[in-house]
Write a protein that binds this ligand. Structure first.
Ligand SMILES: *Cc1c(COP(=O)(O)O)cnc(C)c1O
Length: 355
């Protein structure tokens, strides 16, 4: 793999106490072209502009996918990734659905390793902070005809991150728009999924909410996800989340939360929760907590849920008594090497874990 190092790092310009998500990018990026039916050797080079043709399919037909993952440091500045091969597998399942070439394990894994090693100074070393890593593939060729591209670019870029959305959220149960549909691409991290959510999310925001609680596209009566997070309901003594099917993005945080909840002895149900069941549970005071989860936010609890103009409020529970706080802390403790990792999720970047 060719590595072109930056002549002067930009890291001294960054105040790590004052980073907002996506404002700064690390010194280097990985760049890899696909043409003539195969991926070429990747290059790591200084972060910067790329050149693509205006007829690239990514601009016209949205042939683009991405992943989101994080690198963490422990107190001794060891660097870890969290379940990285899950991201690799999911990227390829997105690629398959969008008729894009699959990426090889060696390009993904070795590229990631070299890039993160080179830019490890960019990983903040405070608990809860991390380096957000964004691998993506775009179609870089085309003839304006709506057929899959023959050329692609795979890239990895990195941005230092605090956990964003740390304040409790107000969400609106969506009754008109949909994020995904049966037979669609809701389970993939396809760029178009996000573009189509901006407009309805903006409407919800004008109505005073932070995010949408998505419901099924045919009846709008079953809850699916919230914004770009998987969502959990702690009702009575049971943690409920939608089953990971073709309409739900199978979050790695979701999977991990399910495992950690079971480890704690909680009852977990992966089933379709209807809006009417949720509202009934609210009226009976059985809803204890609702929270979203994903790599970027880790876990973020909700304080208010709106349905047809009426608002339902979650009980006020102190932070340290929340099940969502317990699960978030357990997950962060594992990610930051504060505790043992009985599940083998944490992969040391220079260890033998990244296989
Ligand atoms: C990325 C994403 C998630 C969270 O997945 P993680 O692997 O936990 O980061 C959930 N829902 C949607 C729609 C997403 O795009």
């Amino acid at each position: 793999m060719r590595i072109e190092k930056i002549s002067k790092s930009r890291i001294n310009k960054i105040d790590f106490n004052d980073i907002s998500f996506g404002n700064h990018y690390s010194d280097h990026m990985l760049y890899c072209k696909f043409k003539n039916g195969k991926w070429e050797n990747p290059i790591i080079k200084p972060f910067g502009k790329i050149t693509v043709s205006p007829i690239s399919l990514v601009f016209h037909y949205g042939q683009a996918i991405f992943e989101g993952m994080k690198a963490y440091k422990d107190k001794l500045e060891n660097v870890f990734l969290f379940r990285p091969m899950e991201n690799f597998n999911r990227m390829n399942s997105s690629a398959k659905r969008l008729k894009m070439p699959l990426i090889s394990k060696s390009i993904f894994r070795d590229g990631l390793k070299k890039l993160i090693n080179l830019d490890k100074k960019w990983i903040p070393n405070n608990y809860g902070q991390s380096l957000y890593i964004r691998p993506f593939i775009i179609a870089s060729d085309g003839k304006l005809s709506a057929n899959p591209s023959k050329k692609y670019i795979f890239m990895i870029i990195c941005t230092p991150a605090k956990n964003y959305y740390s304040t409790p959220l107000k969400v609106k149960i969506e009754q008109k728009y949909s994020r995904s549909a049966e037979g669609g691409i809701g389970f993939t991290k396809a760029a178009g999924n996000y573009a189509s959510s901006f407009y309805p999310t903006n409407i919800a925001q004008k109505e005073g909410y932070d995010q949408i609680l998505w419901t099924d596209s045919s009846t709008h009566s079953f809850i699916e996800e919230s914004g770009t997070m998987n969502v959990f309901f702690y009702i009575k003594d049971c943690l409920i989340t939608a089953p990971a099917n073709e309409k739900i993005l199978s979050g790695i945080t979701r999977k991990s939360i399910i495992t950690l909840a079971k480890e704690k002895g909680l009852k977990v149900k992966e089933c379709n929760l209807s809006v009417s069941e949720l509202l009934y549970s609210f009226r009976k005071n059985l809803v204890k907590e609702v929270f979203g989860c994903g790599t970027a936010v880790v876990v973020n609890h909700f304080k208010q849920i709106g349905y047809k103009g009426k608002n339902y409020f979650l009980p006020k529970i102190s932070y340290d008594k929340r099940i969502s706080f317990f699960l978030k802390k357990r997950l962060l403790d594992i990610q930051h090497n504060v505790v043992d990792d009985p599940f083998g999720w944490r992969k040391k970047i220079n260890g033998n874990g990244l296989t």
